[in-house]
Write a protein that binds this ligand. Structure first.
Ligand code: PMP
Length: 444
């Protein structure tokens, strides 16, 4: 399979060689690096993309889950084209800033909003607001959860051995890559997902040391270990614990927001945090981000206690795209379509698993899902990591099978599929058929 992919992506290889001159590592971002070389993409249309070799793929990667609207959606294209001749940047608010904030407030049940340009900016600003509000420095996160590339959250993610990690009631704080001061790493503390008791115990222990957290930042449904759903009652307990201790609860909905329900995980699980962070699918393919917050948190932004700033915040072009996306594309019908497509892909993969008696299961929500190669349910980082020696190579092989059968997926082992509103039954069936071929090869 590796040879097959090499043979069909020779033009990408030439691009890669050219790119390795001016671009560090031949790519625009470290997450774009993979074997044998990055696939250079020429264009996309609806559920499909074409690479520079002319290979056609159904896109299940969808820009790390940003393109739930599908590529080059005409409504978003028109909004951007109409906006461009009117000027694209003033660093002053436009009408779309109000319309989009109103719609986000309705969807996510939080009254006040600010804009950013990415998920990292959203989580960075949200954490700063929480720290300013509480006057505390410590940040609590979930072990294994990714929240962007700023120092505070580049902790306790990636491959961490159990010996390094320590016991689940007292995880060590481990930096993800170099360049992050140890003093910053030590201010971030991680706890296991789906374990409210462990969270409460760690909060009490930190409190006793005079290090009570300013905030808990988490994905209500984890999207960066495949897909890991919250156990019933878990989020409600997290809400109660954080409220009881006066800790700001931030739902990072960079991946779940817009994609799994109109009001993301907040709506889906009916638990309202103090803040929501958005990005990715918010901008319909343009760099967008937003932070939703309570009136109390907003008040310290309004009075200048804490600065939430950025030259491009609320960029008119981005907000024109976001407005069209939210009001015209991501309608109730669109969410119903995504749900039925996701049912179809999950049922198709379940059927393959059953027919070939694979040690695997499926998990999905909204437009997202994945096949997990495990005989035990993954509920947190520990169960995920315990299964990696087995699942990792199978995930790599599945990626190769997909790429050779016209299915574009994220090469990362921890990533999930994202369906777009332009996907149809044919796209889903192509995915299931590639999985069927993989299963047959594994059984052969
Ligand atoms: N939070 C979550 C949950 C994410 O998945 C990501 C990106 N994968 C980010 C934050 C960071 O977003 P960005 O890459 O736009 O900075």
């Amino acid at each position: 399979e590796a040879e097959k992919l090499n043979a069909k992506t020779q033009e990408s290889k030439r691009y890669y060689e050219k790119a390795s001159g001016p671009l560090s590592g031949g790519v625009a971002s470290s997450y774009q690096v993979h074997e044998p070389w990055p696939i250079y993409v020429e264009r996309g249309d609806g559920p499909r993309i074409w690479d520079v070799d002319g290979n056609e793929y159904y896109d299940f990667h969808n820009g790390f889950g940003s393109m739930v609207q599908g590529h080059a959606h005409p409504a978003i294209g028109k909004a951007v084209a109409d906006r461009y001749p009117l000027g694209t940047h003033f660093a002053a608010p436009t009408e779309d800033a109000i319309v989009v904030a109103d719609e986000l407030a309705r969807r996510f049940r939080l009254p006040k909003w600010r804009y950013t340009n990415s998920g990292s900016e959203s989580t960075m600003d949200a954490i700063r607001i929480a720290r300013a509000y509480t006057g505390r420095d410590t940040v609590m996160k979930i072990f294994g959860s990714y929240h962007g590339h700023h120092d505070t959250v580049m902790v306790d993610i990636g491959a961490v051995e159990a010996s390094e990690r320590g016991p689940r009631d007292n995880y060590a704080s481990i930096s993800y890559g170099g360049g992050i001061p140890q003093a910053v790493v030590d201010m971030t503390v991680a706890v296991p997902f789906n374990d409210a008791d462990a969270m409460e115990k760690r909060i009490e222990a930190l409190d006793a040391e005079g290090r009570k957290p300013a905030c808990v930042i988490m994905e209500a449904a984890m999207m960066n270990l495949g897909v890991v759903l919250p156990e019933p009652g878990y989020l409600q307990r997290v809400r109660e614990i954080t409220e009881k201790h006066g800790i700001v609860l931030i739902f990072d909905e960079v991946k779940t927001g817009i994609c799994i329900a109109p009001g993301g995980a907040t709506e889906k699980y009916d638990v309202v945090p103090d803040m929501v962070t958005l990005a990715k699918a918010l901008g319909g393919g343009l760099p967008a981000g937003a932070i939703g917050m309570s009136d109390a948190l907003s008040s310290i932004v309004e009075d200048g206690t804490v600065y939430q700033v950025g030259t491009y915040n609320g960029n008119p072009l981005t907000l024109a795209a976001a407005r069209a996306s939210l009001l015209e594309v991501m309608t109730d019908d669109a969410y119903a379509h995504l749900a039925s497509l996701n049912d179809r892909i999950l049922a198709g993969c379940d059927d393959v698993i059953k027919r070939y008696d694979l040690t695997a299961y499926t998990v999905g929500i909204g437009s997202k899902g994945c096949v997990v190669f495990s005989d035990t349910k993954i509920v947190d980082y520990e169960t995920y990591w315990a299964n990696q020696a087995n699942a990792g190579p199978l995930a790599d092989l599945a990626w190769l099978f997909n790429m050779n059968r016209g299915i574009f997926m994220t090469p990362g082992r921890e990533e999930e599929w994202t369906l777009s509103v332009t996907h149809d039954d044919a796209a889903i069936d192509a995915f299931v058929s590639a999985f069927d071929e993989l299963a047959a090869a594994l059984r052969a």
